[in-house]
Design a protein around this ligand. Structure first.
Ligand SMILES: CC(C)(COP(=O)(O)OP(=O)(O)OC[C@H]1O[C@@H](n2cnc3c(N)ncnc32)[C@H](O)[C@@H]1OP(=O)(O)O)[C@@H](O)C(=O)NCCC(=O)NCCS
Length: 166
C-alpha cells in the first residue's frame, strides 16, 4: 500500500494474528475499532489510536476505508467518533496524525476535520512494507478546537471494538 507501513494481509489467519495483537495491546498505548456498515455488519475499514502518552494527554490516530467507499463521508463520521471518544473519555488534549506529503486525500481529510499542519516534512519517518522510506507531515487537533458534540446517530456506519471469532 502506497502510504501504509504494514503490508496487506495475505490470508484470514494473518488478519486474525494482527487483530489478536491489537486486542492484546494495552489501551494505555493503543486501541483499534472496526468500521462496519450498520445494516449489514460488513466491515469496511478501521480506525485506531497508537503512541498514546497518558502523562502528556496525547495520542496519534490511524484510519483506512475500503476504496469503493472513498468520498462517501463514512470515514469522517468514523474518525469523528474516535476523536469524540478520545477527548471525552480518555482525557486526551492533543490528537496527532502523521501523513506523507503526497497523500492528498488524507491531508484534505484531516484539515476538513479541523487538524492544523504543524511541522514537516520529517524525513524518512516511516518505511513501507516494500522498503520505501516515507517523509511525513505532522498535523494536530487540540481539544478546545473540536466543536463537535455527540456523533451523529443517523450514520450508516458503526465503530466497534475489534474482536476475533475465537
Ligand atoms: C484518507 C481516507 C481515509 C479518506 O477517506 P474518505 O472516504 O475519502 O473520507 P470522507 O468521504 O469522509 O472524505 C471527507 C473529505 O476528505 C477530503 N478528501 C478525501 N479524499 C480526497 C481526495 N482524493 N482529494 C482531495 N480531498 C479528499 C475531502 O475534503 C472530503 O470531503 P468531500 O468529499 O466533501 O470533498 C481514504 O482516502 C483512505 O482510506 N486512504 C488510504 C489509507 C490512508 O491513506 N490512511 C491515512 C494514512 S495517514
Amino acid at each position: 500500500m502506497r502510504y501504509w507501513n504494514t503490508p496487506p494481509c495475505i490470508d484470514v489467519e494473518e488478519v486474525e494474528i494482527n487483530i489478536r495483537r491489537s486486542i492484546s495491546a494495552s489501551s494505555d498505548i493503543h486501541a483499534a475499532w472496526s468500521v462496519v456498515l450498520k445494516e449489514s455488519g460488513k466491515p469496511i475499514g478501521f480506525v485506531n489510536y497508537h503512541h498514546r502518552e497518558i502523562r502528556n494527554r496525547r495520542l496519534e490516530i490511524g484510519y483506512i476505508i475500503d476504496r469503493s467507499l472513498w468520498r462517501t463521508g463514512l470515514m469522517s463520521e468514523a474518525v469523528g467518533s474516535l476523536i469524540d471518544h478520545c477527548f471525552k473519555n480518555l482525557d486526551v488534549y492533543r490528537i496527532e496524525a502523521t501523513v506523507n506529503p503526497d497523500n492528498v486525500a488524507s491531508l484534505s481529510f484531516l484539515k476538513r476535520l479541523g487538524f492544523t499542519l504543524e511541522s514537516g516534512p520529517m524525513r524518512a519517518r516511516m518505511w513501507t512494507s516494500d522498503g520505501r522510506k516515507l517523509d511525513a507531515l505532522m498535523l494536530a487537533l487540540l481539544e478546545p478546537d473540536w466543536p463537535r458534540g455527540a456523533p451523529s446517530t443517523t450514520s450508516k456506519m458503526l465503530i466497534t471494538p475489534m474482536t476475533t471469532a475465537n
